[in-house]
Design a protein around this ligand. Sequence first.
Ligand code: PA5
Length: 423
Amino acid sequence: MLKFSSEHAFLQEDIMGYQPAVSKYHDQLMNKTGLGNDFVGWVEWPNCYDKEEFARILKAAKEIREKCEVFLVCGIGGSYLGARAVIEMVNGVYNDAKPEIIFIGNTFSSTYVAQVLKHIEGKEVVCNVISKSGTTTETSVAFRLIKQYMTKKYGEKVHEYIYATTDAHKGTLKSMADKEGYETFVIPDDIGGRFSVITPVGLLPIAVAGIDIQSLMDGCAEAYKDFDTADLNKNIAYRYAVCRRILEHQGKVAEMFVSYETQMAMVAEWWKQLFGESEGKNGTGLLPCSVNFSTDLHSMGQFIQEGRKCLFETVVKVEKPTLDITFPSDSENLDNMNYLAGKSLHWINQMACLGTLQAHVETGHVPNLEITVPDMSAHSFGYMAYFFFRAIAMTTYLNEQNPFNQPGVEVYKKNMFKLLGKE
Ligand code: PA5
């Protein structure tokens, strides 16, 4: 269960003024009659995902965990961010989980790619190459390098160490997988990359990380039930969607995703793609940006407090930390920190959050929206992901834009291909 509240004085009548539009777009979303209706497969997915394929994911994950030291996840954008967000949120940044999981195929940085290739030398490696189109250049470049390394190592058995997640029927990766005999998983046609963390795209790497993917899907299904209404007094995803539009009309141009948990940093990156690619069209939309507090209070805090009043914050709070520590007493107290002795580090973090909220809202006049999740479990992620899916679909429809395409992403590719000499 997730909670949504606001530290900004929205008028109930302003919110309810959106009810007719919200009801209209809710119907369009559910009946697949709105803009981009070819890509709304995620709406019903928590109830209708392929259970046989799900069982195959669990089986493959078990095998992968047994046969490798390093698991390479090769993909970019929607074929990368979700898995990384969940793995870091649930397992933490430093952990003893085996195998080691490395993300590649998300950059042309020669140094990064070369360092990964050097790092895996001599190790048992499995690769999951993920691409819906099957032609994304960053992913294809990295995959060829990995494949050559793995072919040298595993010879004719190399296909047993490569898993491909791609379109069911078409694309270069699909043809290659069929020819080479890789086990494949399907990215549904009607689910776009940034909504695909709840499909095999996210689920296989997440399961390899030892995370309970059934619980993640159960969280999604629970959210589906909770948000299966257009009523703004009941549907907090739509309420959040409306609050964003009201703040935009009040002159805000940016939404800052704030978290107080270091291991939520990649969730913010995932959220930025989901919101930025869905909403930023035809000169409309809020710029999605993020900070991780209290770390970034020491870098971005000044701007938020006293800089241009262009943004509002959406604070994602975690009620129960995965781990906690009691701050110890010290008989000498040379650091003068005994005033915190006996307090939990999570409580200190909560006080930092409260103090910041007061500073930003009351003194800095920065509107704050608050989302509270119970913990950093797979279930909570599943619920939260579905909350954000529904919210971004609605809020983008309210701007009369198609939430499910990304025509702008093609522009750099065209130029790059020309420069690279691609026919
Ligand atoms: O959301 C999207 O559609 C994009 O971010 C894609 O996921 C990204 O470009 C990778 O595409 P593909 O999975 O086709 O390699």
